[in-house]
Ligand binder design. Structure first.
Ligand code: SF4
Length: 289
């Protein structure tokens, strides 16, 4: 049975999902519960916010530059951002020709949930569409990490679902600020095709269906599932999950390293706010293209 967003609203505390929320949900459902249903934000007051703030400012300045606004005085006041802009000027990502759309929002309903993407830059021409995303950190060692990340998968999926482009006409390129000496190695481009699109569609449906069940159980007082300890997500070589105490998964680790919160968690948790103009009670809004 197809349930309308209005009907879902009665018992569905979460109705809008971004890539960061999907990453959290699929890495550990209990972590998703702590952050979005219990509404605990472990990123508050952490050192990592400084780099994150710079990353947000970099995105804002890139958007302002795309709009033709004067940004040089603002860049000069923040040396790391100046370095990133210099790096971008020296080693820009490969870009197709076409119309540039900065900070472009795209959304669509699936299984009663509104899936939302915010593209740093979207370039369109009659034959191709390219999504670009700026990262204020270095390129991951394993490309597969980013290929499997929900940012890549959701951003490509939503564009294919809400436009006339075939999946094969769409690609996504990441540009990494922290590797200027590597030249073109500071970019990573993922192609897309019908097989990947069908896989993403099936997986999304499965996770959204699970999420609905977990939310209903949560309303009855049940917690979302935890990942098993053997999955090694509560404690990793880089730090620990910010919720180990709430999950009663503390370990006798007192090293500074073990007390740090995993950066990936913070990045997913402290994602930019979604578009406030998206109406939770409305029908799917078809973006213009
Ligand atoms: S401590 Fe472990 S089980 Fe609890 S939210 Fe974190 S990763 Fe999940």
């Amino acid at each position: 049975m197809v349930v309308s967003p209005m009907q879902q609203q009665a018992y569905q505390p979460i109705w809008q999902l971004s890539q960061g929320q999907l990453n959290l949900l699929t890495s550990c459902p209990r972590k998703f519960q702590h952050r979005y249903l219990d509404q605990i934000d472990p990123s508050l007051g952490l050192e990592t916010q400084s780099h994150q703030r710079l990353g947000t400012q970099f995105h804002q300045l890139m958007q302002q530059q795309a709009l033709g606004l004067e940004i040089q005085p603002l860049i000069a006041a923040h040396p790391p951002i100046q370095t990133w802009f210099d790096s971008f000027a020296q080693f820009p990502p490969p870009m197709i020709r076409g119309e540039h759309l900065s900070e472009y929002h795209r959304w669509g309903w699936l299984e009663g949930y509104l899936l939302v993407a915010i593209y740093d830059l979207l370039i369109l021409n009659p034959e191709q569409a390219q999504v670009l995303d700026w990262k204020s950190y270095a390129r991951p060692r394993q490309d597969i990490e980013l290929r499997q990340n929900w940012q890549t998968r959701l951003y490509l999926y939503l564009l294919a679902e809400t436009s006339d482009y075939a999946p094969e006409q769409i690609s996504m390129t990441y540009w990494f600020a922290e590797a200027p000496e590597l030249g073109r190695a500071n970019t990573l481009t993922f192609a897309y095709d019908q097989t990947l699109h069908a896989q993403t569609h099936q997986e999304l449906r499965g996770w959204l269906s699970q999420l609905r069940d977990w939310c209903q159980a949560y309303a009855r007082g049940e917690d979302f599932p935890q990942v098993p300890l053997t999955a090694q997500q509560c404690y990793t070589a880089w730090g620990c999950c910010p919720f180990v105490n709430r999950c009663q998964r503390e370990q006798q680790q007192t090293t500074k390293l073990a007390r740090q919160v995993a950066w990936a968690d913070i990045e997913a948790i402290a994602e930019l706010a979604l578009d406030p103009e998206v109406n939770p009670m409305g029908e799917a809004q078809e973006p213009l293209l």
